[in-house]
Design a protein around this ligand. Structure first.
Ligand code: NAI
Length: 298
């Protein structure tokens, strides 16, 4: 099989000063993509900043013969997002690929979670994806081409203790991806999300010995493929880590229908039928889900 090259395609990768984003940047740059390495360079909880992190990755890319530019704006504000996209346009003239990867953690059980912990996490992960992707979207629409990969998490898709903020933001990115896939279809813009698992500073206290199997560079092949023009996937979510890639999907059961007389008691009596996963379907958009619905009412 021929190598998947990027031949001058321009990719913005947020939070690429370390961890997963750095690996995505190195892999795509080796394959000819021109990279905007964005990173604010803060700590895992999002405090502080270090303007050097992004520049170091740029130097690594350049030393390997690739092309990249550093940007140290925060994704968490609309001004930061616009400046990141502007860096791509000023340096490379366009934006073909946005990889929403920047992230922070502020874990706390919900009982103790105030808006001081909730809001900053939404600002970086969810609003951050909006702040960068929205100005890039306009350029992608005009050029009739775009690839967007957003970083979700199993913590949101499946649930995890102490992460109501992070889980909400990460599942929000699945909804974001679904809608961009629908709206982008006629402009050849494809949007997908990943739920990675890898040893980075974010997970080093959690993974223990398992960490050896979960090198972050094993997530980048999926991100690179989803960013490639040959990839037809859109509106999908993939679980990825340690060399395994699998699709995660949201499905609907056939359900129970009683158009004549649905009561709470009737529901209680048929609850097994409501939740029976036999014959589930995976609607690709609200149109197909509504069609399923209407079919059941016939
Ligand atoms: P990391 O902490 O090494 O990388 C996150 C990067 O985002 C850091 O370099 C940080 O400086 C940057 N960043 C934070 N706030 C920013 C802002 N406002 N603007 C620009 N950059 C900012 O951690 P890791 O693991 O590489 O995380 C990458 C993404 O993957 C995150 O979105 C994370 O939530 C997600 N993820 C990681 C998992 C893992 O197993 N490592 C599991 C599930 C999701």
């Amino acid at each position: 099989m021929t190598d998947l090259g990027f031949d001058g395609k321009v990719a913005i990768i947020t939070g690429a000063g370390g961890g997963l984003g750095r690996q995505h940047a190195l892999m795509m740059a080796r394959r000819g993509a021109l990279i905007v390495v964005n990173d604010l360079g803060g700590s895992v909880d999002g405090t502080g900043s270090d303007k050097g992190a992004a520049q170091l990755v740029v130097e690594e890319i350049q030393a390997a013969g690739g092309e990249a530019v550093a940007n140290t704006d925060s994704v968490a504000t609309p001004e930061g997002g616009a400046a990141i996209v502007q860096t791509a346009v000023d340096t490379f003239g366009k934006v073909d690929i946005v990889i929403n990867n920047a992230g922070i953690l502020r874990d706390k059980s919900f009982h103790n979670m105030g808006s001081d912990l909730f809001d900053p996490v939404l600002d970086v992960h969810l609003r951050g994806a909006f702040n960068v992707t929205q100005p890039a979207w306009k350029l992608m629409r005009d050029q009739g081409y775009g690839r967007i990969v957003s970083t979700s998490s199993a913590a949101g898709i499946f649930g995890n203790f102490g992460q109501a903020n992070y889980g909400a933001a990460k599942m929000g990115l699945v909804g974001f991806t679904n809608v961009l896939a629908v709206e982008g279809a006629k402009y050849n813009i494809k949007a997908n999300a990943i739920a990675p698992l890898a040893l980075t500073r974010m997970t080093e206290d959690l993974l223990g010995a398992l960490g050896d199997k979960l090198r972050p560079e094993l997530v980048s092949p999926l991100v690179t493929y989803l960013s490639h023009e040959s990839c037809e996937s859109s509106g999908r979510v993939y679980s990825v880590g340690g060399g395994r890639v699998a699709e995660v999907f949201i499905a609907e059961t056939p359900g129970y229908t009683n158009t004549a007389d649905l009561t709470p008691e009737d529901l209680a009596a048929h609850w097994d039928q409501v939740t029976d996963q036999t014959g589930y379907k995976v609607p690709p958009s609200i149109a197909e889900e509504t069609a399923m619905f209407l079919d059941a009412l016939k």
